[in-house]
Design a protein around this ligand. Structure first.
Ligand code: PMP
Length: 414
């Protein structure tokens, strides 16, 4: 019972905008996630999401591995475990890359790596070099730490290294030297472009000379469906710098696109002091990546994963080819696009003056969706560009979807 003489409970209804930290205020919602919400209705053919083909996800293999893990490890599979990660998995990764497990840290998705590395390497106002365009999720991770972005010029071969050299010199002369360079050299998200061996070698040499830490993000490297594999920037840096402890390149790998993104298993390779700091940051973030998931991945890497990669490559290669053939038939003159050698995406450039954000609304009326390109540019622009994903649409859907998109573009040009 309450009486009128009883004091009212003290309440506090915060002004949340004022309560947020400066970093939190810099966060914005991920434009792509917002777009995905409107394109999720079943009648829409979506080339928007970057999702692995659902029919290829290894359900039975994961079911069997889960049983084996519980039989083998018992309670330890469900217990807290080390922040560094499951040792057999770290050993497997290390052996494949010719390094020590001490240089490998397991992450909860490579997205966590981007966030924690951003936290550890980016101080307020530090100059961070990114490709134009770049992976939107990296911009979202780095943003709260207050970077000052500088965009690297790119062409069909990825980063233009000659232009980069001039840019690094100018930044240094201006007293604002670049601190970190973030890049996706294989089948980049969003463009599908790949950096050539020669450019990778020059990138290593140039960043070593200018004292810039490189973060190489490589979730798609194994998904090559045509052409020759190229050594990673990290591998080239090991040779150039004389080993993992003297390398200025950090490598981020992921099991999301070669096994299953829902397992949230990924890793970072770096020099000892960088890994040591990452362990401290990860302890504060989530203590460790789920023990059970790491053990399952460890069961799958030897036999299941190579077969899975073959299936994924074959399917995505066929789908990319179908999409390119359909674009050739249905897209009007003046529209250009990349022809990726792997991965999940290709990039389309429309004539200047067409705004792909407005085009998306028209496309959705014709039941097809894509991601407008502008959000992938750290410094703005790119309003006439868009990203298409070929990984999760069937041949029939690609045919209908590209035809509908071609009509939408023709209408916008009229
Ligand atoms: N980096 C890039 C370039 C990506 O495209 C993605 C996924 N879209 C990620 C990192 C994050 O992947 P995950 O966290 O699933 O490993």
């Amino acid at each position: 019972m309450t009486s009128s003489t009883e004091p009212r409970p003290t309440t506090f209804n915060p002004d949340w905008e004022a309560a947020f930290s400066p970093g939190a205020r810099r966060l914005g919602s991920n434009a792509i996630r917002e777009i995905l919400k409107i394109t999720q209705s079943p009648e829409i053919i979506s080339f928007a999401g970057g999702l692995p083909a659902p029919e290829l996800l290894p359900i039975e293999e994961v079911r069997a591995a889960a049983g084996t893990v519980l039989d083998t490890y018992g309670a330890a599979a469900l217990q807290y475990s080390s922040t560094e990660g499951h040792l057999p998995l770290r050993e497997w990764i290390a052996a494949r890359h010719g390094i020590s497990p001490a240089n490998v840290q397991i992450m909860t998705g490579s997205q966590q790596g981007l966030d924690l590395l951003g936290k550890l390497l980016i101080g307020e106002g530090d100059v961070v070099l990114v490709e134009a365009p770049t992976y939107l999720g990296a911009l979202q991770s780095f943003g709260p730490y207050g970077p000052k972005y500088a965009e690297m010029q790119t062409d069909d071969g990825g980063i233009d290294i000659d232009a980069l050299e001039g840019q690094l010199s100018r930044l240094r002369r201006a007293g604002t030297p670049a601190k970190l360079l973030y890049c996706v050299p294989n089948f980049q998200n969003p463009t599908g472009r790949t950096l050539s061996l020669e450019r990778r070698q020059r990138l290593v040499e140039l960043t070593a000379r200018f004292g810039v830490v490189v973060l190489e993000d490589d979730p798609y490297g194994a998904l090559r469906f045509t052409g020759e594999a190229i050594p990673s920037v990290y591998e080239l840096a090991l040779a150039h710098c004389g080993g993992p402890e003297s390398s200025h390149v950090i490598y981020s790998g992921s099991f999301s696109k070669v096994l299953a993104p829902g397992l949230r298993d990924a890793w970072v390779q770096a020099a000892g002091p960088m890994i040591g700091k990452l362990i401290q940051a990860k302890q504060g973030a989530d203590l460790h990546t789920p023990t059970f998931n790491q053990m399952i991945v460890s069961e799958l890497v030897e036999i299941v994963m190579p077969a899975q990669i073959e299936r994924v490559r074959a399917l995505y290669g066929a789908r990319a080819q179908t999409m390119l053939a359909q674009m050739q038939t249905h897209f009007p003159a003046g529209v250009t696009y990349t022809a990726p050698e792997g991965g999940m995406f290709l990039w389309v450039r429309l004539p200047e003056g067409i705004d792909t954000a407005a085009l998306l609304l028209r496309a959705v009326e014709r039941q097809v969706a894509f991601v407008p390109g502008a959000p992938f540019f750290a410094l703005g622009g790119g309003h006439n560009t868009l990203r298409l994903s070929f990984s999760s649409a069937t041949t029939e859907q690609i045919g209908r979807g590209i035809q509908a998109l071609g009509l939408t573009i023709l209408e916008a040009l009229a």
